[in-house]
Design a binder for this molecule. Structure first.
Ligand code: SF4
Length: 364
């Protein structure tokens, strides 16, 4: 069975005010050693978890993969490919930020076979971008989207909802501007304020007050506008022009296997989920994997149900059976939230935004 390949690049030029991903400020000495460590990681992975088939999706995420100097991604991919086969024609995505997605970088990524660029736009208001600690302007972001489209990448743009100084008009115009600039895919995430971030300190000082109700209203406004601009919501936080869904992410939501390489990267093979230690210095010295869980078949099926309900594709009847869920009984108890047609359980459109809460209440 084929699998997804995720490669984590944990370097950024500057740390954004809200970020709690595993990443650090770019440092040349560490970054230069990173491709060789990824090669060792790939070898270690195949020795311990000899996955069958080949990667039919590849996703380079971070961090900010576009901060790596020219040549480093190529070196990393060459070392990884010695151990992990990648299918010809695989979907190949790379994340990047507008300020480091230069003309030269676009050409380099194209020559590596990258087919899809996911760019962190986050907002088209310079006031909001400054409050979030982003180092690009709205104009830089629009230029980067256009550059990616002009180079023939399938382009995705990220937006954050519920952030400082954001108006409903901002989120409503976003999908139209992105569509007209060339983005075929949009992701929109509601802000979460995590302890240890600069934003958390701003909240503590009373400079910003997160408001979940307002975020939910902004989400609804964004969804309406994205639909009007021609994007179809295929997962709670993802919209795409027809046929432009991200196949790599669909693997996470349908219980597929994925190989995660890099410091702090997560993997799932069969019923086991594990990750490497989120510690770059340790990673450069040795590869150590930590097992998070070994699921039963039924637990994996339950997970497929929870994730499947976040998508417009829903959950097929055979997965419900494996998860021990009786669709008839569920509809009697909570028919307000679900539809069951063509042997598939789906959450109703209007409850998509609360799909996790509904799943926890009725399915766990
Ligand atoms: S660029 Fe992305 S990964 Fe890096 S600090 Fe900002 S949000 Fe985090």
């Amino acid at each position: 069975m084929n699998f997804g390949l995720y490669i984590h690049i944990p370097f950024c030029r500057r740390i954004c005010a809200y970020c709690d991903f595993y990443r650090g400020v770019y440092d040349r000495a560490r970054a230069e050693k990173y491709p060789a460590a990824l090669g060792r990681d790939a070898q270690n992975f195949m020795n311990n978890y000899p996955v069958q088939g080949a990667a039919d999706t590849v996703y380079i995420g971070g961090g900010t993969p576009t901060v790596l100097p020219s040549g480093e991604l190529r070196a990393a991919l060459e070392m990884i490919k010695k151990h992990i086969p990648i299918l010809q024609g695989a979907e190949f995505s790379c994340e990047g930020n507008p300020e480091s997605f230069t003309e030269e970088k676009a050409e380099e990524l194209k020559s590596l076979g990258v087919s899809r660029m996911s760019l962190g736009v986050q907002s088209l208001s310079n006031k909001t971008l400054a409050a979030l600690g982003r180092i690009h302007s709205a104009e830089d972001a629009v230029r980067a989207i256009k550059r990616a489209a002009d180079h023939g990448f399938s382009v995705s743009a990220d937006l954050m909802l519920g952030v400082p100084f954001q108006s409903e008009a901002d989120v409503r115009e976003f999908p139209f501007i992105m569509r007209d600039t060339g983005a075929e895919h949009l992701s929109a995430y509601m802000l979460t304020v995590s302890e240890g971030t600069a934003l958390y300190d701003m909240v503590k000082r009373g400079e910003f007050t997160p408001d979940d109700d307002r975020s939910a209203d902004l989400y609804s406004a964004f969804h309406e506008a994205a639909q009007a601009a021609g994007y179809i919501r295929y997962e709670v936080s993802n919209w795409a022009l027809p046929g432009r869904e991200c196949r790599h992410n669909l693997k996470y939501w349908t219980g597929g296997d994925y190989v995660g390489l890099g410091a702090g990267a997560y993997s799932k093979v069969g019923l086991t989920r594990f990750h490497t230690a989120p510690d770059i210095d340790l990673y450069l010295k040795e590869i150590s994997r930590i097992t998070d869980e070994v699921m039963t078949e039924q637990e994996l099926a339950k997970e497929k149900v929870i994730f499947g309900l976040r998508t417009r594709f829903g959950v097929p009847a055979d997965v419900l059976t494996q998860a021990g869920i009786d669709a008839g009984a569920l509809l009697q108890k909570a028919g307000k939230y679900f539809t069951f047609t063509q042997n598939t359980l789906r959450i109703k459109e209007e409850y998509m935004i609360v799909s996790d809460g509904v799943a926890v209440e009725y399915l766990l």
